[in-house]
Design a protein around this ligand. Structure first.
Ligand code: ATP
Ligand code: MG
Length: 206
């Protein structure tokens, strides 16, 4: 099967992530998209960190629940430590040799990938799908693609997908101020955030 990997902190998951995944699924004729919530970084190995991880995972579960080809992949969150992409992709290939993996990225990451730990080892283990917003982005991204292909034998496909001016950071900030986050996240996720008082300033421990 052709599997798209959509990694992220997902704190919280939002419609930007979901749209990117949906476009990748359609444009590249993938069989499934696996949402891969990152494990906690070392400084979050606390009770609070454990709770936050459980909430991030649960919100992804709620967001993708009604889409049969969107799956939750607990590979990084189950071990609950920070994982590097190259390692995760090697492990997923070893676990599922019958699958072909496509790693989905936002445009910014394609330019930053040389800063990732052991990034050269990412390229043999997956095809990169990099989201292009519009024609203006496309020229720069094509140049970067050719560079990475020639330099490191990377396999990269550019993916035309909308990139909304939404980030998890904005959503956390809005929730903290008591502003609405409806329309930015699925209703089930907005309800979950509300019910569990996530990101609300008054509930923050000092
Ligand atoms: P934060 O604000 O906490 O950094 P984020 O919204 O950027 O969160 P991440 O979990 O960091 O979300 O991103 C996961 C993946 O989703 C990355 O590949 C990123 O490029 C992509 N992504 C994030 N926001 C959008 C968006 N609005 N549209 C399309 N892709 C996005
Ligand atoms: Mg981000």
């Amino acid at each position: 099967m052709k599997i798209g990997i959509m990694g992220g902190t997902f704190d919280p998951i939002h419609i930007g992530h979901l749209l990117l995944a949906q476009f990748a699924y359609e444009e590249c004729a993938l069989d499934e998209i696996w949402f891969l919530p990152n494990g906690n970084p070392p400084h979050k190995q606390t009770k609070e960190g454990q709770d936050a991880l459980a909430h991030r995972v649960e919100m992804v579960r709620l967001a993708i629940d009604d889409v049969p080809y969107f799956k939750l992949c607990l590979h990084e969150s189950r071990i609950n430590r920070h994982s590097y992409t190259y390692k995760t992709m090697q492990e997923l290939n070893a676990l599922y040799p019958e699958n072909e993996f496509y790693f989905i990225l936002g445009a910014d990451s394609l330019f930053a990938i040389e800063e990732w730990r052991n990034f050269r080892e990412i390229f043999p283990s997956c095809i990169i799908l990099a989201a292009v917003r519009d024609d203006k982005d496309a020229d720069d991204m094509k140049m970067q693609t050719v560079y990475l292909e020639q330099e490191y034998n990377a396999r990269i496909s550019l993916l035309k997908a909308p990139q909304l001016e939404i980030s998890s950071t904005t959503i956390r900030e809005r929730a903290e101020k008591g502003l609405s986050i409806h329309y930015m996240v699925p209703d089930s996720v907005a309800d979950y955030i509300e019910k569990n008082h996530l990101y609300h300033a008054k509930d923050k421990k000092q």
